[in-house]
Design a binder for this molecule. Structure first.
Ligand SMILES: Nc1ncnc2c1ncn2[C@@H]1O[C@H](COP(=O)(O)OP(=O)(O)OP(=O)(O)O)[C@@H](O)[C@H]1O
Ligand SMILES: [Mg+2]
Length: 356
Protein backbone atom coordinates (compact mmCIF):
# COMPACT_ATOMS: atom_id res chain seq x y z
CA UNK A 1 0.00 0.00 0.00
CA UNK A 2 1.37 3.45 -0.96
CA UNK A 3 1.93 6.13 1.65
CA UNK A 4 -0.94 8.25 0.32
CA UNK A 5 -3.52 5.45 0.11
CA UNK A 6 -6.40 5.83 2.51
CA UNK A 7 -5.89 9.59 2.66
CA UNK A 8 -8.27 12.20 1.42
CA UNK A 9 -7.44 13.26 -2.15
CA UNK A 10 -6.57 16.86 -2.96
CA UNK A 11 -9.92 17.60 -4.56
CA UNK A 12 -12.05 15.52 -2.23
CA UNK A 13 -13.89 17.07 0.69
CA UNK A 14 -15.47 15.83 3.89
CA UNK A 15 -18.12 18.52 3.49
CA UNK A 16 -21.01 18.17 1.12
CA UNK A 17 -22.61 21.50 2.02
CA UNK A 18 -20.53 23.59 4.43
CA UNK A 19 -23.06 26.44 4.15
CA UNK A 20 -25.34 24.42 6.43
CA UNK A 21 -23.01 25.35 9.30
CA UNK A 22 -23.25 29.10 8.68
CA UNK A 23 -24.91 30.98 11.52
CA UNK A 24 -27.55 32.58 9.32
CA UNK A 25 -28.44 29.43 7.39
CA UNK A 26 -32.14 28.70 7.87
CA UNK A 27 -32.76 24.94 7.77
CA UNK A 28 -36.00 23.47 6.32
CA UNK A 29 -36.99 22.44 9.82
CA UNK A 30 -36.33 24.23 13.09
CA UNK A 31 -36.95 21.46 15.61
CA UNK A 32 -37.77 22.01 19.31
CA UNK A 33 -39.15 25.46 18.60
CA UNK A 34 -42.50 24.34 17.20
CA UNK A 35 -44.44 25.86 20.11
CA UNK A 36 -42.65 29.17 19.75
CA UNK A 37 -43.23 29.24 15.99
CA UNK A 38 -46.94 28.57 16.56
CA UNK A 39 -47.01 31.44 19.01
CA UNK A 40 -45.48 33.79 16.42
CA UNK A 41 -47.84 32.46 13.74
CA UNK A 42 -50.77 33.06 16.11
CA UNK A 43 -49.85 36.74 16.31
CA UNK A 44 -49.76 36.94 12.52
CA UNK A 45 -52.96 35.01 11.87
CA UNK A 46 -55.41 37.97 12.06
CA UNK A 47 -53.66 39.43 9.00
CA UNK A 48 -55.16 36.61 6.95
CA UNK A 49 -58.65 37.86 7.74
CA UNK A 50 -57.88 41.49 6.91
CA UNK A 51 -57.32 42.51 10.53
CA UNK A 52 -54.23 43.75 12.31
CA UNK A 53 -52.18 41.24 14.28
CA UNK A 54 -50.57 41.28 17.70
CA UNK A 55 -47.10 42.75 18.23
CA UNK A 56 -44.58 40.55 19.98
CA UNK A 57 -41.39 40.84 22.02
CA UNK A 58 -39.22 37.73 21.83
CA UNK A 59 -36.45 37.47 24.40
CA UNK A 60 -33.92 34.95 25.65
CA UNK A 61 -30.16 34.39 25.98
CA UNK A 62 -27.79 34.18 22.97
CA UNK A 63 -27.84 31.23 20.58
CA UNK A 64 -31.19 29.67 21.51
CA UNK A 65 -32.94 29.95 18.15
CA UNK A 66 -34.79 33.28 18.40
CA UNK A 67 -33.56 34.55 15.04
CA UNK A 68 -33.72 31.28 13.17
CA UNK A 69 -37.25 30.44 14.40
CA UNK A 70 -38.54 33.91 13.46
CA UNK A 71 -36.94 33.81 10.04
CA UNK A 72 -38.38 30.35 9.47
CA UNK A 73 -41.88 31.64 10.21
CA UNK A 74 -41.32 34.49 7.72
CA UNK A 75 -40.24 31.99 5.12
CA UNK A 76 -43.39 29.92 5.60
CA UNK A 77 -45.46 33.08 5.47
CA UNK A 78 -43.91 34.02 2.16
CA UNK A 79 -44.99 30.68 0.72
CA UNK A 80 -48.52 30.91 2.16
CA UNK A 81 -49.61 34.47 1.49
CA UNK A 82 -49.19 36.75 -1.51
CA UNK A 83 -50.54 39.90 0.07
CA UNK A 84 -48.54 39.85 3.32
CA UNK A 85 -45.01 41.27 3.15
CA UNK A 86 -42.44 39.47 5.32
CA UNK A 87 -39.63 41.84 6.34
CA UNK A 88 -36.59 41.15 8.50
CA UNK A 89 -34.08 43.75 9.69
CA UNK A 90 -31.08 43.25 11.94
CA UNK A 91 -30.91 46.45 13.98
CA UNK A 92 -27.32 45.82 14.94
CA UNK A 93 -26.40 46.47 11.33
CA UNK A 94 -29.20 48.96 10.62
CA UNK A 95 -29.25 50.92 13.85
CA UNK A 96 -30.94 54.21 12.89
CA UNK A 97 -34.36 55.10 11.49
CA UNK A 98 -32.71 56.17 8.24
CA UNK A 99 -30.82 52.91 7.79
CA UNK A 100 -33.89 50.83 8.61
CA UNK A 101 -36.01 52.84 6.17
CA UNK A 102 -33.39 52.38 3.44
CA UNK A 103 -33.22 48.66 4.13
CA UNK A 104 -37.02 48.32 3.96
CA UNK A 105 -37.06 50.11 0.60
CA UNK A 106 -34.44 47.74 -0.66
CA UNK A 107 -36.37 44.68 0.50
CA UNK A 108 -39.48 46.02 -1.19
CA UNK A 109 -37.61 46.42 -4.45
CA UNK A 110 -37.61 50.24 -4.46
CA UNK A 111 -34.33 51.58 -5.79
CA UNK A 112 -34.80 55.33 -6.27
CA UNK A 113 -33.60 56.05 -2.75
CA UNK A 114 -30.86 58.50 -3.65
CA UNK A 115 -31.17 61.92 -1.94
CA UNK A 116 -34.27 60.89 0.01
CA UNK A 117 -34.52 61.47 3.73
CA UNK A 118 -36.02 59.13 6.33
CA UNK A 119 -39.55 60.54 5.97
CA UNK A 120 -39.48 60.24 2.19
CA UNK A 121 -38.26 56.67 2.42
CA UNK A 122 -40.86 55.73 5.03
CA UNK A 123 -43.59 57.21 2.86
CA UNK A 124 -42.54 54.86 0.07
CA UNK A 125 -42.44 51.92 2.46
CA UNK A 126 -45.92 52.64 3.77
CA UNK A 127 -47.45 53.12 0.38
CA UNK A 128 -46.17 49.70 -0.65
CA UNK A 129 -47.01 47.91 2.58
CA UNK A 130 -50.51 49.32 2.85
CA UNK A 131 -51.43 47.44 -0.31
CA UNK A 132 -51.52 44.36 1.90
CA UNK A 133 -50.42 43.24 5.35
CA UNK A 134 -46.90 43.44 6.78
CA UNK A 135 -44.88 41.41 9.26
CA UNK A 136 -41.76 43.26 10.32
CA UNK A 137 -39.18 41.45 12.43
CA UNK A 138 -36.69 43.80 14.12
CA UNK A 139 -33.89 41.58 15.39
CA UNK A 140 -31.38 42.83 18.01
CA UNK A 141 -33.85 45.65 18.49
CA UNK A 142 -32.10 47.04 21.60
CA UNK A 143 -29.25 48.16 19.30
CA UNK A 144 -31.44 50.83 17.69
CA UNK A 145 -30.13 54.32 18.35
CA UNK A 146 -33.51 55.89 17.70
CA UNK A 147 -36.98 54.48 17.33
CA UNK A 148 -38.63 57.26 15.35
CA UNK A 149 -39.54 55.05 12.42
CA UNK A 150 -41.43 52.74 14.77
CA UNK A 151 -43.85 55.51 15.73
CA UNK A 152 -44.48 56.25 12.10
CA UNK A 153 -45.07 52.63 11.16
CA UNK A 154 -47.28 52.00 14.17
CA UNK A 155 -49.42 55.01 13.38
CA UNK A 156 -49.71 54.64 9.66
CA UNK A 157 -49.62 50.97 8.74
CA UNK A 158 -53.08 49.42 8.69
CA UNK A 159 -52.53 45.66 8.91
CA UNK A 160 -49.29 44.82 10.58
CA UNK A 161 -47.38 42.74 13.08
CA UNK A 162 -44.15 44.00 14.57
CA UNK A 163 -41.92 41.36 16.11
CA UNK A 164 -39.07 42.64 18.28
CA UNK A 165 -36.20 40.36 19.30
CA UNK A 166 -33.81 41.11 22.16
CA UNK A 167 -31.73 39.31 24.75
CA UNK A 168 -33.38 41.46 27.39
CA UNK A 169 -36.98 41.28 28.43
CA UNK A 170 -36.79 44.58 30.24
CA UNK A 171 -35.90 46.38 27.04
CA UNK A 172 -39.68 46.48 26.43
CA UNK A 173 -40.21 48.20 29.74
CA UNK A 174 -37.54 50.78 28.96
CA UNK A 175 -39.45 52.08 25.94
CA UNK A 176 -41.18 55.37 26.33
CA UNK A 177 -44.79 55.22 27.38
CA UNK A 178 -46.34 56.33 24.08
CA UNK A 179 -44.47 53.71 22.11
CA UNK A 180 -45.14 51.05 24.70
CA UNK A 181 -48.86 51.61 24.77
CA UNK A 182 -49.09 51.68 20.99
CA UNK A 183 -47.11 48.47 20.67
CA UNK A 184 -49.08 46.59 23.37
CA UNK A 185 -46.49 43.84 23.22
CA UNK A 186 -47.25 40.20 23.69
CA UNK A 187 -44.15 38.48 25.20
CA UNK A 188 -42.49 35.19 24.24
CA UNK A 189 -39.49 33.78 26.07
CA UNK A 190 -37.01 31.39 24.46
CA UNK A 191 -35.36 29.06 26.97
CA UNK A 192 -31.97 27.36 26.57
CA UNK A 193 -32.00 23.95 24.84
CA UNK A 194 -31.63 20.74 26.85
CA UNK A 195 -28.72 18.39 26.11
CA UNK A 196 -30.99 16.17 24.06
CA UNK A 197 -32.32 19.06 21.99
CA UNK A 198 -28.79 20.36 21.43
CA UNK A 199 -27.75 16.89 20.24
CA UNK A 200 -30.71 16.68 17.85
CA UNK A 201 -30.02 20.09 16.32
CA UNK A 202 -26.29 19.51 15.90
CA UNK A 203 -26.85 16.05 14.44
CA UNK A 204 -29.26 17.50 11.89
CA UNK A 205 -26.84 20.24 10.88
CA UNK A 206 -23.91 17.79 10.71
CA UNK A 207 -25.93 15.49 8.43
CA UNK A 208 -26.64 18.39 6.10
CA UNK A 209 -23.07 19.67 6.11
CA UNK A 210 -20.92 16.52 5.91
CA UNK A 211 -20.66 13.50 3.64
CA UNK A 212 -22.23 10.37 5.16
CA UNK A 213 -20.34 8.73 8.06
CA UNK A 214 -17.78 11.51 8.32
CA UNK A 215 -18.73 12.70 11.81
CA UNK A 216 -18.78 9.68 14.16
CA UNK A 217 -20.89 9.62 17.29
CA UNK A 218 -18.15 10.06 19.87
CA UNK A 219 -16.82 13.15 18.09
CA UNK A 220 -20.34 14.58 17.90
CA UNK A 221 -20.90 13.85 21.59
CA UNK A 222 -17.82 15.87 22.49
CA UNK A 223 -19.19 18.81 20.51
CA UNK A 224 -22.61 18.41 22.13
CA UNK A 225 -21.11 18.38 25.64
CA UNK A 226 -19.18 21.59 25.03
CA UNK A 227 -22.19 23.28 23.47
CA UNK A 228 -24.48 22.36 26.36
CA UNK A 229 -21.95 23.66 28.82
CA UNK A 230 -21.76 27.00 27.07
CA UNK A 231 -25.48 27.16 26.28
CA UNK A 232 -25.04 28.65 22.81
CA UNK A 233 -25.75 26.67 19.64
CA UNK A 234 -23.20 28.75 17.74
CA UNK A 235 -20.41 27.12 19.72
CA UNK A 236 -21.53 23.73 18.38
CA UNK A 237 -21.84 24.86 14.78
CA UNK A 238 -18.43 26.44 14.95
CA UNK A 239 -16.87 23.30 16.44
CA UNK A 240 -18.43 21.11 13.75
CA UNK A 241 -16.97 23.29 11.04
CA UNK A 242 -13.54 23.64 12.63
CA UNK A 243 -13.28 19.93 13.46
CA UNK A 244 -14.12 19.13 9.83
CA UNK A 245 -11.46 21.57 8.67
CA UNK A 246 -8.90 20.09 11.09
CA UNK A 247 -9.63 16.60 9.71
CA UNK A 248 -9.20 17.82 6.14
CA UNK A 249 -5.92 19.48 7.02
CA UNK A 250 -4.69 16.07 8.12
CA UNK A 251 -6.19 14.48 4.98
CA UNK A 252 -8.24 12.19 7.23
CA UNK A 253 -11.34 10.46 5.85
CA UNK A 254 -13.39 11.11 8.94
CA UNK A 255 -13.41 13.39 11.97
CA UNK A 256 -11.88 12.03 15.16
CA UNK A 257 -11.91 13.18 18.77
CA UNK A 258 -8.46 14.61 18.17
CA UNK A 259 -9.81 16.92 15.47
CA UNK A 260 -12.53 18.10 17.84
CA UNK A 261 -9.82 18.84 20.43
CA UNK A 262 -7.95 20.93 17.86
CA UNK A 263 -11.17 22.83 17.18
CA UNK A 264 -11.67 23.37 20.91
CA UNK A 265 -8.22 24.82 21.30
CA UNK A 266 -8.90 27.22 18.46
CA UNK A 267 -12.21 28.13 20.05
CA UNK A 268 -10.42 29.32 23.17
CA UNK A 269 -8.87 32.11 21.10
CA UNK A 270 -12.21 33.73 20.31
CA UNK A 271 -13.61 36.51 22.44
CA UNK A 272 -17.33 36.52 23.18
CA UNK A 273 -19.13 38.09 20.26
CA UNK A 274 -21.53 40.06 22.30
CA UNK A 275 -19.19 41.89 24.61
CA UNK A 276 -19.20 44.56 21.92
CA UNK A 277 -22.80 45.23 22.81
CA UNK A 278 -22.13 45.87 26.49
CA UNK A 279 -21.71 49.44 27.55
CA UNK A 280 -18.67 50.49 29.57
CA UNK A 281 -20.35 50.05 32.95
CA UNK A 282 -21.64 46.59 32.06
CA UNK A 283 -18.23 45.63 30.78
CA UNK A 284 -16.70 46.80 34.07
CA UNK A 285 -19.16 44.77 36.14
CA UNK A 286 -18.52 41.71 33.97
CA UNK A 287 -14.77 42.07 34.51
CA UNK A 288 -15.35 42.27 38.26
CA UNK A 289 -17.39 39.05 38.23
CA UNK A 290 -14.75 37.32 36.11
CA UNK A 291 -12.05 38.41 38.53
CA UNK A 292 -13.89 37.12 41.60
CA UNK A 293 -16.29 34.32 40.64
CA UNK A 294 -18.67 33.22 43.37
CA UNK A 295 -18.73 36.62 45.09
CA UNK A 296 -21.75 38.15 46.76
CA UNK A 297 -23.25 41.09 44.95
CA UNK A 298 -22.67 43.40 47.94
CA UNK A 299 -18.96 42.52 48.09
CA UNK A 300 -18.58 43.10 44.38
CA UNK A 301 -20.23 46.46 44.70
CA UNK A 302 -17.74 47.40 47.41
CA UNK A 303 -14.86 46.45 45.15
CA UNK A 304 -16.46 48.41 42.37
CA UNK A 305 -16.61 51.52 44.56
CA UNK A 306 -13.06 50.99 45.79
CA UNK A 307 -11.84 50.94 42.20
CA UNK A 308 -13.48 54.32 41.62
CA UNK A 309 -16.86 53.21 40.24
CA UNK A 310 -19.60 55.80 40.62
CA UNK A 311 -22.83 53.98 39.89
CA UNK A 312 -25.44 53.82 42.65
CA UNK A 313 -26.19 50.36 44.04
CA UNK A 314 -29.56 50.25 42.24
CA UNK A 315 -27.91 50.87 38.87
CA UNK A 316 -25.26 48.28 39.71
CA UNK A 317 -28.03 45.75 40.36
CA UNK A 318 -29.64 46.61 37.03
CA UNK A 319 -26.35 45.99 35.21
CA UNK A 320 -26.03 42.64 36.97
CA UNK A 321 -29.56 41.73 35.87
CA UNK A 322 -28.75 42.66 32.28
CA UNK A 323 -25.62 40.50 32.34
CA UNK A 324 -27.68 37.64 33.73
CA UNK A 325 -30.41 37.97 31.10
CA UNK A 326 -27.79 38.15 28.37
CA UNK A 327 -26.31 34.88 29.59
CA UNK A 328 -22.94 36.32 30.58
CA UNK A 329 -23.18 35.45 34.24
CA UNK A 330 -25.10 33.10 36.49
CA UNK A 331 -26.83 34.54 39.52
CA UNK A 332 -27.66 32.25 42.39
CA UNK A 333 -30.07 33.76 44.86
CA UNK A 334 -29.83 32.56 48.45
CA UNK A 335 -32.41 33.24 51.11
CA UNK A 336 -32.19 33.31 54.86
CA UNK A 337 -28.75 32.27 56.12
CA UNK A 338 -26.58 34.28 58.45
CA UNK A 339 -26.47 37.30 56.16
CA UNK A 340 -30.05 37.35 54.92
CA UNK A 341 -30.87 37.32 51.21
CA UNK A 342 -28.07 37.79 48.74
CA UNK A 343 -27.01 36.94 45.19
CA UNK A 344 -23.89 34.99 44.27
CA UNK A 345 -22.45 35.85 40.87
CA UNK A 346 -20.43 33.62 38.53
CA UNK A 347 -19.11 34.26 35.06
CA UNK A 348 -20.46 31.83 32.45
CA UNK A 349 -17.47 31.74 30.09
CA UNK A 350 -17.63 32.38 26.37
CA UNK A 351 -21.27 32.55 25.33
CA UNK A 352 -21.29 33.62 21.75
CA UNK A 353 -18.71 33.97 19.09
CA UNK A 354 -17.61 36.49 16.60
CA UNK A 355 -18.15 35.91 12.88
CA UNK A 356 -15.47 33.51 11.84
N1 LIG B 1 -33.91 24.58 16.64
C1 LIG B 1 -32.89 24.79 15.82
N2 LIG B 1 -32.71 24.06 14.71
C2 LIG B 1 -31.68 24.28 13.89
N3 LIG B 1 -30.74 25.23 14.08
C3 LIG B 1 -30.85 25.99 15.18
C4 LIG B 1 -31.93 25.83 16.09
N4 LIG B 1 -31.78 26.72 17.10
C5 LIG B 1 -30.68 27.43 16.82
N5 LIG B 1 -30.10 26.99 15.68
C6 LIG B 1 -28.89 27.51 15.06
O1 LIG B 1 -28.05 27.99 16.09
C7 LIG B 1 -27.51 29.27 15.76
C8 LIG B 1 -27.95 30.29 16.79
O2 LIG B 1 -29.35 30.47 16.71
P1 LIG B 1 -29.99 31.92 16.55
O3 LIG B 1 -29.15 32.73 15.64
O4 LIG B 1 -31.41 31.78 16.18
O5 LIG B 1 -29.82 32.42 18.06
P2 LIG B 1 -30.48 33.67 18.79
O6 LIG B 1 -31.36 33.13 19.86
O7 LIG B 1 -31.07 34.59 17.80
O8 LIG B 1 -29.18 34.29 19.48
P3 LIG B 1 -28.73 35.84 19.68
O9 LIG B 1 -29.54 36.34 20.83
O10 LIG B 1 -27.28 35.73 20.02
O11 LIG B 1 -28.99 36.55 18.41
C9 LIG B 1 -28.01 29.60 14.36
O12 LIG B 1 -27.03 29.28 13.43
C10 LIG B 1 -29.23 28.71 14.19
O13 LIG B 1 -29.40 28.33 12.85
MG1 LIG C 1 -30.34 36.35 16.97
Amino acid sequence: MGVFDGMLGANESLFRNAVALDFDFVPKLVPYREGEQFHIAGCIKPLFSQRSGRNLLIHGPPGVGKSVASRHVLRELQEKADDIFPLYVNCWQKNTSFKVALELCEQLGYRLTHNKNTDDLLAVVMEKLNKGGAVLVLDEVDKLQDQDFLYVLLERLYRKVIVLISNYQEWGASLDERLRSRLALDVLQFRPYSAEETRGILRQRAELAFQPDVFPREALERVVAETVQRGDLRVGLHLLKEAGAAAEEKAARSVSLEHVETALQRLAQFAPRKSAELDEDEQAVLELVKGAPGSKIGDLYKRYQESGGEMAYKSFQRKVKKLEDGGYIDVQRTQGGAEGNTSILTHRGVKTLDQF
